[in-house]
Design a protein around this ligand. Structure first.
Ligand code: 5GP
Ligand code: ZN
Length: 113
């Protein structure tokens, strides 16, 4: 999609610090990390938000979680991690291309702010 930051990152038009890539997804370090490990996993195809997901996206979302588990194992995150996806204004979404935050290597508070 034109003028979408994460579509441009997925296309390599804007550089990112890549963690993982395959034909469907890209994972890269967040530019403003909120934990010692903080990366984002995005589908390469544009989806606005979690709220825009449909049943047709189920294989893609399942793949994303499998990729997260693989990256977490590769990075040695045996102590755990948190996956967050923000949707819409109240959810705190600032980039309108579906993305999953993965945060790790510090004790994360609950409930979130
Ligand atoms: P949201 O607030 O939409 O849930 O998350 C967007 C995330 O994208 C934020 O954590 C923000 O730091 C990150 N971000 C915004 N612009 C860039 C960028 O140009 N590069 C990278 N790597 N991360 C970005
Ligand atoms: Zn996009």
């Amino acid at each position: 999609m034109d003028n979408c930051l994460f579509c441009k990152i997925a296309a390599g038009q804007i550089p990112s610090n890549k963690v993982y890539e395959d034909d469907q997804v890209l994972a890269f370090h967040d530019i403003d990390p909120q934990a010692p490990v903080h990366f984002l996993v995005i589908p390469k195809k544009h989806i606005d938000a979690p709220a825009a997901l449909t049943g047709e996206d189920a294989p893609l979302v399942g793949h994303i979680f499998a990729v997260i588990a693989k990256i977490a194992a590769d990075l040695g995150l045996e102590n755990g991690y948190r996956v967050v996806t923000n949707s819409g204004e109240d959810g705190g979404q600032t980039v309108h291309h579906l993305h999953f935050h993965v945060l790790a290597q510090r004790k994360l508070a609950w409930p979130p702010g």
